[in-house]
Design a protein. Structure first.
Length: 191
């Protein structure tokens, strides 16, 4: 810290006036001392830090993102990126479909769809890209369930139901729910 002070990159404070002792023959006027209660970056230190950061940065490619809604999502671009994908729009689609299915009197199927999607989102055992895939399958199953029976694609539904366990992998919490609700979903579609 002392070195940074010496080269004027940081300073300390607050500066307070020296208090004169009442009745003392010595009177100090305009003399101040540093209490050293905090440290702050000086203009010279700020400029040096900016130069250092500019040297470390690599050129960033241009990125354009349009459409969609991002809720509490961290998006990064670079050599090391940790990103939380946005699952909110998929969950919203699933919940809207589940509400329609429930209004059609199929509460068991609606509950199965809602609880499976919630379990996928909560699961720490499923990677983000797998969560996105699993939610897409649940959303597609929900859309098929929402459709009139003659408009449903039984082959598509069979494939989604058969493939779902591979997506969720060994996530015990989601697998347990799938084992409970897969028969409900199969029965609804007559599979």
């Amino acid at each position: 810290m002392k070195q940074l002070e010496e080269i004027k990159f940081v300073d300390t404070g607050p500066m307070v006036p020296v208090e004169n002792t009442p009745g003392s023959p010595l009177v100090f006027v305009g003399l101040r001392f540093n209490k050293r209660e905090f440290v702050y970056l000086t203009e010279k230190g700020y400029k040096a830090a900016q130069k250092s950061i500019a040297k470390q940065r690599s050129p960033v490619s241009s990125v354009h993102i349009s459409g969609g809604t991002f809720h509490q999502s961290s998006i990064g671009i670079g050599s090391t990126v940790a990103a939380n994908i946005n699952l909110g729009s998929q969950v919203g689609t699933i919940n809207a479909a589940a509400n329609m299915i429930s209004q059609q009197g199929e509460n068991d199927v609606a509950t199965a769809i809602r609880e499976l999607s919630e379990a996928v989102v909560r699961s720490s055992a499923i990677k983000n890209h797998q969560k996105q895939e699993a939610l897409q399958v649940i959303a597609d199953i929900a859309k098929q369930a929402e459709a009139k029976p003659e408009a449903r694609s039984s082959g598509t539904v069979k494939a989604m139901i058969a493939g779902f366990p591979a997506i969720i992998g060994l996530a015990a919490d989601v697998t347990t729910l799938w084992d409970r609700y897969a028969p409900v979903i199969r029965a609804f579609f007559g599979i």
